[in-house]
Write a protein that binds this ligand. Structure first.
Ligand code: ADP
Ligand code: ASP
Ligand code: MG
Length: 412
């Protein structure tokens, strides 16, 4: 007997038929003699709808109330799955975040889990042979008693955190693809499914845009050594495939230089023209942004035509673009720059691979290949196991496909 956490994302619980299908996956594990805790997302599209309603209610909505609204999507699917399980003769009980509780900090909208009390679930396993169905994406801030949510895609994190808390033998993340691919299989038909991917690479892929797992879930899996698989709820419930295991680097036999390509549309570019070229200017620009909790990612500085000033280009999350612009415009006199240009129709394309640590010139090959395809690079960043280029959004697919082929990742 093993203890399992199974997580089902939005498309896996999109309607009653899909929920009944989930119940069949759960049934298989229960009949194999396992203790099963399930974590569910809201029905696909539901969270977007709830977010849109908040925006409709007020442009400057209160984040505590945003959480109260958006956490509701998962409550529905948790209850429905419990009913669907009971309907096929499997004892089941749903659990909302506050009922366990799943405690979090008070960063409403992107709260971090502090702990999960799994005792009620374990009591259900032991005394009543009951499947636990936990609503993902949510928790409670204990001091204020208010409901929180974990940021978009947060049910993955709920699942891995629960697996760590109840010492599950495995955490299966069921989604609409049958594993982690070398790049988003929805945009590159030649993408290959990987049997295994290293934690470090998965972390980079997730933070650089591969939304198959929320970044925080990968961090937790790595720290707590949760054996985590990504697999498909669309497989036959009687005979599913194992999917992709997220594991230690040492457990991967065949290592490639580049293992994955990711892209993120969540970027905006800001260029400050004719910035005074003197000490303290970078601080004058970036300290106020940091104080406002705006993450600056890529930065490039070039000497202006007049050689006395420089142009500074950097990226911020698209969601922070307007706020960043307002801060920089307010500080214009203090910073001392000519003008500000911004663009939101940009995309960051990244290549990830542990093998980059020991191979030189990996990024240089990409610059050449992109140039040959006529893709202009606006900014570049590199680090130990990845590099990223900022390009015009219209070239996203072309750039992703070019790099995927360049590094030998295409399916043969
Ligand atoms: P869920 O609702 O189950 O949480 P998500 O939509 O959050 O599902 O994540 C699954 C999606 O992630 C896939 O449909 C796929 O388009 C996308 N994706 C992006 N990059 C990758 C990748 N490298 N491997 C697999 N899927 C990826
Ligand atoms: N329903 C939430 C979202 O759409 C959480 C999740 O699906 O993981 O972001
Ligand atoms: Mg998701």
């Amino acid at each position: 007997m093993a203890r399992l956490v199974l997580k089902f994302g939005g498309t896996s619980v999109a309607n009653m038929d899909r929920i009944r299908n989930v119940a069949q996956h759960v049934r298989r594990e229960v009949e194999a003699g396992h203790e099963v805790a399930v974590v569910v997302s809201a029905m696909s599209g539901k969270t977007n709808e709830l977010v849109a309603w908040c925006k409709d209610a007020s442009i400057l909505y209160d984040m505590k109330e945003y959480d109260a609204v958006v956490a509701s999507g998962e409550l529905v699917t948790a209850g429905l799955l419990a009913i669907a399980l009971q309907n096929i003769g499997i004892p089941a009980r749903s659990w909302q975040g506050w009922q366990l509780p799943v405690t979090t900090d008070d960063a409403h909208g992107s709260a971090r889990i502090l702990g999960i009390d799994g005792s009620k679930l374990i009591e259900g396993f032991e005394k009543r042979k009951e499947v636990a169905v936990m609503a993902g994406f949510q928790g409670i801030h204990p001091e204020s008693g208010r409901v929180t949510t974990l940021g978009r895609g947060g049910s993955d994190t709920s699942a891995v955190a629960l697996a760590a808390a109840i010492k599950a033998d495995r955490c299966d993340i069921y989604t609409d693809v049958d594993g982690v691919y070398t790049t988003d299989p929805r945009i590159v038909k030649q993408a290959r499914r990987m049997d295994r991917v290293a934690f470090e690479e998965m972390l980079e892929m997730a933070s650089l845009g591969a939304k198959v797992l929320q970044v925080r879930s990968v961090e937790l899996a790595m720290v707590h050594k949760v054996k985590t698989f990504v697999r498909s709820s669309f497989d036959d419930p009687a005979d599913p495939k194992p999917g992709t295991l997220i594991c230690d680097e040492e457990d991967i036999v065949e290592q490639q230089v580049v293992t994955g390509i990711a892209y993120s549309k969540d970027e905006a570019q800001i260029t400050l023209r004719r910035v005074a070229d003197k000490p303290g200017v970078a601080a004058a620009i970036f300290v106020p942004l940091a104080d406002a909790n705006i993450n600056v990612d890529m930065i490039i500085q070039v000497v202006s035509d007049d050689a006395k000033t420089t142009d500074l280009t950097f990226t911020v999350p698209a969601a922070e673009y307007e706020r960043a612009k307002a801060i920089l415009e307010a500080a214009k006199a203090e910073i001392g720059y000519g003008d500000l240009h911004g663009a939101t129709d940009v995309v960051k394309v990244s290549a990830i691979g542990i093998g980059m640590r020991s191979h030189a010139g990996v990024a240089a090959r990409a610059f050449k290949a992109l140039a040959e395809k006529g893709v202009n690079i606006r900014a570049i960043t590199t680090s130990e196991i990845k590099f990223s280029v900022l390009i015009d959004a219209e070239y996203t697919e072309l750039a992703v496909r070019t790099l995927h082929t360049l590094y030998g990742l295409d399916k043969t």
